[in-house]
Design a protein around this ligand. Structure first.
Ligand code: 5GP
Ligand code: ZN
Length: 117
């Protein structure tokens, strides 16, 4: 079984697993996080299986540009830009990544501290 077959976010993108989808186009899906860490906690996920940001290749350049564009649009549509929001991309186990398919965490609705935990 290849990584994409066994990947929870690939399954969600393919509608083989249920999720609360808040945005979708041909390249991306954005979902409510199942374990929200803020009043708004959305994951912006490319439908293409890429395990970690270190696995992004030059052929993904347009996809990655649009990835952040989608996050900004989802935030703007919800009015999150007024109060501000945090975007997070964890990378690798040491970076706190638990799902091996890249995703932007879009968090809002509370105060965020720095440095992050
Ligand atoms: P990471 O730790 O990889 O940066 O973030 C993975 C995120 O995916 C976590 O915030 C976790 O709550 C969320 N998550 C894991 N499995 C599922 C799932 O099956 N459905 C949804 N909606 N979120 C999930
Ligand atoms: Zn995947």
């Amino acid at each position: 079984m290849d990584a994409a077959q066994d990947c929870i976010f690939c399954k969600i993108a393919a509608k083989r697993t249920q999720a609360s989808i808040v945005y979708e186009d041909d390249l991306f899906v954005a979902i409510e996080d199942a374990s929200p860490q803020a009043p708004v906690h959305i994951l912006v996920i490319p439908k293409k299986h890429i395990s970690e940001i270190k696995d992004i290749t030059s052929g993904d350049e347009e996809l990655i540009k649009k990835w952040f564009w989608v996050a900004v649009q989802v935030a703007s549509e919800r009015g999150l830009d007024k109060a501000g929001y945090r975007t997070v991309v964890n990378n690798g186990a040491g970076g706190g990544q638990t799902v091996g398919h890249i995703h932007i965490h879009l968090l809002s609705g509370r105060k965020f501290s720095w440095p992050p935990g």
